[in-house]
Every structure is written in structure tokens, then in C-alpha cells.
Ligand binder design. Structure first.
Ligand code: T5A
Length: 210
């Protein structure tokens, strides 16, 4: 049996990394083999592209999307697909929806270009479940600032981050079967409970543990 592919999406400071860790630990404690990874990054080559994409630039929006998809292609080909094929559940902190939200909705990249890059890089790979952690922009930026270490995107203004937030909500609305919007304003435990219950729908044995 192949593994399941779960992605966490959302704006800055929404709590993706924190909840991805909890989710991976919970799945693992439920007896499932789990790989937790992140984007851009995950493999040595993709981590090198992450440095370019996040800390150099600014890039032309198409070039920036190509960098994200180059990293993603490496990640998918060398880590995600082999893991899924081996029956491992993959929990990924950001994936292709981030490119549509940030480079597309945020920076104005044509959505058709995103589609073409996604077709080329992913060859049909789609997450089984995407958890969209939704938080007002100011609250997310405050959490990200408190955590420290700004990348290039975190320093863009409120208008940009509002377009990104609206973009994630539009993506979720267009694909309600795949995407679940989680209200990330709540405390860590409440957010985790919503994530656990939604994820449990992927497998009957998990529903008992949720
Ligand atoms: N990007 C990425 C693109 O532009 N295109 C792409 O295709 C891709 C893949 C990645 C950057 O790259 C851009 C988007 C990003 O700007 P990153 O460092 O991976 O950079 O940044 P983020 O993914 O945004 O990571 P953050 O750390 O900013 O946000 P998280 O992971 O959502 O939040 P987390 O878990 O680190 O939490 C932040 C702080 O808030 C607290 C945590 O303890 C932590 O201190 N917190 C809460 N506090 C109160 N209540 C809660 N419910 C909380 N949840 C978390």
C-alpha cells in the first residue's frame, strides 16, 4: 500500500512547522511510518535552491516560481515519491499551493504559468490532504517576528500578505475535497485538535485514536 501525502499551508507564522511536528509524531505513535519534510527544501539540492530563493533576489516572478518548482521537482523525485511508494506517510510543511499563493496571488504570476510548471514538475502528484492554517495577517507577522530570522518574504508589506492569505482561501474553496481550512487563531492545542480530527478521516484506525 502506498503512503498518504499531507501538506500544511498558510501564511507566515500560522503555526505550520509546530503542527507538522505534532502531526508526524502522532502518526508515528499510531504505528505508521512517517517522513516529515519542508519546502522549499527537503533534499541537499533543494535546500541549496532554498537559500537562493529566500535569501537572494528579488527575482523575476517567473524565475522565482521556477526556482520553487526546481526545488520541488528534486524533492518529489528523490524523496517524496520514493517514500510514498514505500508506504511511508509524508507530512510536508508547504508545497505547490505556496507557489500559487505567494508567486501567483501575491506577486502576480499568471496562474497558467503556475499550472504549466506544476504539470511539468509534479506529473500529477497531488496531496491527499492539505491543511490550510488561516490567520489574520497581523497576527501571523507578529508570531513570525517573535520567532525571529526574517526571510525576504516576511519583509514584504501587509498588502502582499493579505493577497497571499486570500489566495490560500481561494485555493481551498476551489478544492474542498483536498483542502481543509483550519482556524489558526486558537491556541496550539485547539488547532492541533482540529488537525487531528481532519487527518483521522484518512484512515479508520486513526479515527479511533483521534
Ligand atoms: N515560499 C515558499 C514561496 O514564496 N513559494 C513557495 O513555493 C514556497 C514553498 C518559507 C518562505 O518561502 C515562501 C513562503 C515563506 O515566506 P519558512 O521559513 O519556511 O519560509 O517560513 P514559514 O513556512 O512561513 O514558517 P514560519 O515559521 O514563519 O511559520 P509557521 O511554520 O507557520 O509557524 P511556526 O510553527 O514556526 O510558529 C511561529 C511562532 O508562532 C508560535 C510558535 O510557537 C512560534 O513561535 N505559534 C503559536 N502561538 C500561539 N498560538 C498558536 N496557535 C501558535 N502556533 C504557533
Amino acid at each position: 500500500m502506498t503512503g498518504r501525502f499531507i501538506t500544511l499551508e498558510g501564511g507566515e507564522g500560522a503555526g505550520k512547522s509546530t503542527q507538522a511536528r505534532r502531526l508526524a509524531e502522532w502518526l508515528s505513535a499510531s504505528g505508521l511510518p512517517v517522513l516529515r519534510t519542508r519546502e522549499p527544501g527537503g533534499t541537499p539540492g533543494a535546500e541549496a535552491i532554498r537559500e537562493l530563493a529566500l535569501f537572494r533576489g528579488p527575482w523575476d516572478p517567473v524565475a522565482e516560481a521556477m526556482l520553487m518548482f526546481a526545488a520541488r521537482r528534486e524533492h518529489v523525485a528523490k524523496m517524496i515519491r520514493p517514500a510514498l511508494k514505500a508506504g511511508i506517510w509524508v507530512v510536508c510543511d508547504r508545497f505547490a499551493d505556496s507557489t500559487l499563493a505567494y508567486q501567483g496571488y501575491g506577486l502576480g504570476l499568471d496562474h497558467g504559468v503556475w499550472r504549466r510548471l506544476a504539470d511539468l514538475a509534479l506529473e500529477g502528484l497531488t496531496p491527499d490532504l492539505t491543511l490550510v492554517l488561516d490567520l489574520p495577517v497581523e497576527a501571523g507577522m507578529a508570531r513570525a517576528e517573535a520567532r525571529g530570522a526574517n526571510n525576504r518574504f516576511e519583509m514584504l508589506g501587509t498588502d502582499f500578505h493579505q493577497r497571499v492569505r486570500d489566495g490560500f482561501l481561494a485555493i481551498a474553496e476551489a478544492e474542498p475535497e483536498r483542502c481543509a481550512v483550519i482556524d489558526a487563531r486558537a491556541g496550539l492545542d485547539e488547532v492541533w485538535s482540529a488537525i487531528r480530527h481532519r487527518t483521522a478521516r484518512l484512515m479508520p484506525a486513526l479515527a479511533e485514536a483521534a
